[in-house]
Ligand binder design. Structure first.
Ligand SMILES: [Zn+2]
Ligand SMILES: [Zn+2]
Length: 394
């Protein structure tokens, strides 16, 4: 029914009577009086829906028909009555659900998505142009990069689209907490891998010209064939023990970087568990580096746990705040380590925490390259320790 056709309940009224009825309604006359006076067959609350809408001057932008505005309802709190087309479903305002407006919104969203995708593609291509891999030879590869690459390669199989799967798809974590982004940066800058513009929606974002991404969720790309060959070469060198000469000098540094990352991850876990806060973590890393000069990761876990227990105790006994207690923890760890050193007593190794499982970096470095397994966790590893290890083996 055309919305301009008078409702059957008011068809008995002349144009002049309708005018008067409308005027009285708008000026606030009692609705039940109007229903009686004009002999309209409806309840007072229905009167509003029987009254003809106000005809507006501008036509419908969709179909060109007359636009109308409903009369203000007495019972509704709607501030301004609805303006809509007398012929089609179009309604003024950006909440219109008519077919035309819905299509227009879908089109605008598709255009925005295309613009977003173009920006991401451009940024990813720029990164590939910037970081080109200079060599796929194991002999040119630092140990840190070789380990990071093999761990990445084992975490991210190639999917049907010819891309490396996201890290989060693998149940084994790539690396302990923040160490993962350091290693991914290293891999990206080496040109061995780069983020794919065909990553899942919601893994790459752009704000203005800035492109950011969630490292765990993006898909990766690279030279698939050369990378496969490189991964095989690294495994081969590890198996035969025929290391590139420069790897020997990097043993301790690689163990230490992983050990520090594992200790820092456990340290943050202990803080979180007790709801303690710290400001900045450089001092904590310095303290952990100091402890790792003499202790294994398992022993550091023990020392960190003692520090956390003492900090929680300090929080309760001194009735202090969580930040003060958080800052106390680093000093407590240092004192526990110093006492063990001074008095020469053996610090017992802790086991890994169930919530912080062993990472792929640890498997590759300690099992594949060093061939010492979890002794990388329970012993302090340097070149001498590895040399002793190979003497025992042969
Ligand atoms: Zn219309
Ligand atoms: Zn519309």
């Amino acid at each position: 029914m055309n919305k301009l056709t008078p409702h059957p309940d008011i068809q008995h009224l002349s144009s002049a009577e309708k005018e008067t009825l409308m005027e009285k309604y708008v000026s606030g006359a009692k609705v039940s009086d109007l229903v009686r006076e004009f002999n309209i067959k409806c309840t007072p609350s229905q009167l509003w829906s029987r009254l003809p809408p106000r005809v507006l001057e501008h036509p419908c932008p969709v179909c060109g028909s007359v636009m109308v505005q409903d009369l203000p309802s007495r019972s509704s709190y709607r501030s301004s009555p609805k303006i809509h087309c007398s012929a089609c479903d179009h309604e003024e305002g950006n909440r219109c659900r008519c077919k035309h407006c819905q299509e227009q919104r879908t089109r605008a969203a598709a255009e925005e998505e295309a613009r977003r995708q173009a920006l991401i593609t451009q940024a990813m291509k720029a990164e590939r142009d910037r970081y080109v891999c200079s060599s796929y030879s194991v002999d040119a590869l630092p140990l840190s990069l070789g380990v990071a690459f093999l761990a990445f390669y084992r975490c991210c199989p190639i999917n049907k689209k010819g891309l490396y799967d996201p890290l989060e798809a693998n149940p084994v974590p790539f690396a302990p907490a923040e160490y993962g982004s350091t290693l991914l940066d290293l891999l990206r800058k080496s040109g061995l891998i780069s983020i794919s513009e065909h990553s899942p929606v919601g893994s790459i974002f752009h704000q203005g010209s800035q492109v950011t991404f969630t490292a765990e969720k993006v898909c990766w790309t690279g030279d698939i064939d050369k990378n496969l060959k490189l991964a095989e070469d690294i495994e081969d060198r590890a198996l035969t023990g025929n290391w590139p000469e420069h790897w020997y000098a990097e043993v301790e540094e690689n163990w230490l970087n992983l050990a520090l990352a594992e200790c820092k991850e456990f340290y943050d876990y202990c803080l979180d568990e007790r709801k303690l806060h710290v400001q900045g973590d450089e001092a904590i890393k310095d303290m952990l580096r100091n402890i790792l000069r003499d202790f294994s990761v398992g022993q550091c876990y023990n020392i960190i746990w003692q520090g956390a227990r003492n900090a929680a105790d300090f929080l309760v006994r001194r009735k202090t705040n969580h930040t003060h207690a958080g800052n106390f923890m680093a000093g407590a760890c240092q004192r526990a380590a110093d006492t063990a050193r001074a008095e020469g007593y053996a610090v017992k190794n802790f086991r890994r925490n169930f919530e912080l499982p062993r990472s792929m970096i640890s498997y590759v470095l300690c099992d594949v390259i060093f061939k010492i397994g979890e002794r990388g966790f329970t012993e302090r590893i340097g070149l001498e320790a590895l040399a002793r290890e190979s003497e025992n083996l042969w």
